[in-house]
Design a protein around this ligand. Sequence first.
Ligand SMILES: [Zn+2]
Length: 333
Amino acid sequence: MPSPNLNNILKRILKQPTAPFHEYHVRAEIEALLKDCPNVKLKRDKFGNLLATYRNGKSKSKPTWVFAAHMDHPGFVKPEGATKRDDWEFLGGVPQDSVDAGVAKGLRKAKGRIATWNFPVKITPSRIEATACDDLTGCAAIVMTFLELAKLNIQTTVHAVFTRAEEVGWLGAWHLAQKWPFGDDCVFLSIETSRPVNGAVMGGGPVIRVGDRMSIFDREAVAVLMTTAKEQAIRVQRCLLDAGACEATAVQAAGIRSAGISVTLGNYHNLDESRRIAPEYVMMDDVKSMINLLKALVATKHDGIGERTIRERVEMRMAEHAGHFEAGSKLFK
Ligand SMILES: [Zn+2]
């Protein structure tokens, strides 16, 4: 069977209904896509997060990365013991008046014990539109990266985690960080979609986040991301995306080195500019560049960051300007 292409993967994952704590359709689809992938082993942790490790030979990138995307999206769930047909609770950060207006417009569609906004997946060469680009695009990008590594028979080791219940306070990521099933040399990398702020633009390449609303991220990890993008001529943006907080904040707070990359997102959490319920969208080029960056991170060797360290730079300058230092210093009284 030929391996699925990016459009297939996006379509298969983005069409799955999902909500906080009800990520089973998404998880099953990711498992189906990765189960026969060479060099990939799948595992579920006690919280229900899906863990995947790609291991081919003994090589590892430095650091060894743990790519992470969340499988939920703000949506309606049926509370335990609910009996009435209309007994829904909305979980995730969306203003209640917008939710109510969306329901009144008939945009809600139920499936079992969850209900989501009923928008179709639309994929064109330039754009991806769906109910839950956040963060099913991130899930799809990681799946595509793993399939490509296998197809190219790349010798490396990389982990991935597909988490539950991010939208209600990073619960899956928190569980992962408490148990941390990966090595001490591993760095957690949140793969997200985010509202463009502070100069970030849609279509300008994936954003290497220096931080989010609550934390700043590991400076060495951010440097490796920037250097890798530069070496591979991948267009990226480097910004503080502080319109929200991502799983890197939770995992870092638990003591694990963390960083984040985001694809900029239109209609964040299904709100258009007038706060009406609408499909989310991302730009295809941003997603493709992010996949290229993820591949480059694990497939190329970085001994250090491939550039002079800050210490080396300052020491070189000190040596270079020793004469000026002497000359000027003599004139201090
Ligand atoms: Zn998200």
